[in-house]
Design a binder for this molecule. Structure first.
Ligand code: NAP
Length: 247
């Protein structure tokens, strides 16, 4: 990598977000990440990144709130000396159920974090990237946003919306050479998938051509590639990292 780069990652305290923070730190980037409530887990992520020899800050912020996003972005820009090179919109939640049993609250909660949170972050951070004429935005979608999934109508809607936002913003920012891409993970070993009942999990794994779940590092490696200078001619793409699930 040539110039020093600065990355802002949402939901970095656990799972895929933690792996992304550590991987980008290993690539030499200073990191600001947020968490919602898990301060101990956030401390652990911070420690793992610092072991890579970079500067790291953990910020408590609820990305479903526009004012929290504005605070997070300003805090990151100040920490980085006025720039933000990489934005990874990773934070996300599920509230799974069959359609008839999805409450208004469960619909709103999922859309507010996965869709609106990513929107607020892109809107705020893109201002810095436009000034810099440099930026990498990577949004976390899901194979569910590509294929659909019974029991996840609200989540699938939010993750398909992330793809629509990614492609639209990629077109808006292309003239400044700012890239906007989405990564669509399959079944990855994190707290999110630990919540799936054992029988149901086996059934899903049976449907994966690789017959096994992925690891957070599989996603982090793809994000690191898209966040790097070498990926500068790739924009508006959705990269499925899923052991063949979405073929
Ligand atoms: P996870 O283990 O549940 O971690 C979620 C992270 O997001 C945590 O750091 C959490 O912070 C943070 N977060 C949640 N709500 C937030 C909010 N309102 N504001 C700020 N931060 C918030 O999830 P994961 O499995 O790593 O998933 C990461 C991303 O990948 C999500 O977008 C998910 O939809 C997507 N994805 C995951 C899979 C999978 O198989 N795991 C598959 C496809 C897509 P706290 O710790 O403080 O709560």
């Amino acid at each position: 990598m040539g110039d020093k780069r600065y990355a802002l990652v949402t939901g970095g305290s656990r799972g895929i977000g933690r792996a992304i923070c550590v991987r980008l730190a290993a690539a030499g980037m200073d990191i600001v990440f947020n968490y919602q409530s898990g301060s101990e887990a956030a401390e652990e992520t911070k420690k793992l990144c610092e072991e890579q020899g970079v500067k790291v800050m953990a910020v408590r912020a609820d990305i479903s709130k526009p004012e929290d996003c504005d605070m997070l972005i300003k805090t990151a820009a100040d920490f980085f000396g006025g720039r933000i090179d990489v934005l990874v919109n990773n934070a996300g939640i599920t509230r799974d159920n069959l359609l008839a049993r999805i409450s208004d609250e469960d619909l709103d909660a999922v859309l507010n974090v996965n869709l609106k949170g990513s929107f607020y972050m892109m809107r705020g951070v893109s201002k810095y990237m436009l000034r810099q004429k440099y930026g990498r935005i990577i949004n976390m979608s899901s194979v569910v946003g590509v294929m659909g999934n019974a029991g996840q109508v609200n989540y699938a809607a939010s993750k398909a919306a992330v793809i629509g936002m990614t492609k639209s913003l990629a077109r808006e920012l292309a003239s400044r050479r700012i890239t906007v891409n989405a990564v669509a993970p399959g079944m990855i070993e994190t707290d999110m998938t630990a919540a799936i009942k054992e029988g149901a999990k086996e059934k899903i794994i049976e449907g994966i051509p690789f017959k096994e779940m992925g690891k957070p590092e599989d996603i982090a490696n793809t994000v690191a590639f898209l966040a790097g200078d070498e990926a500068g001619y790739i924009t508006g793409q959705v990269i499925c990292v899923d052991g063949g699930m979405a073929i």
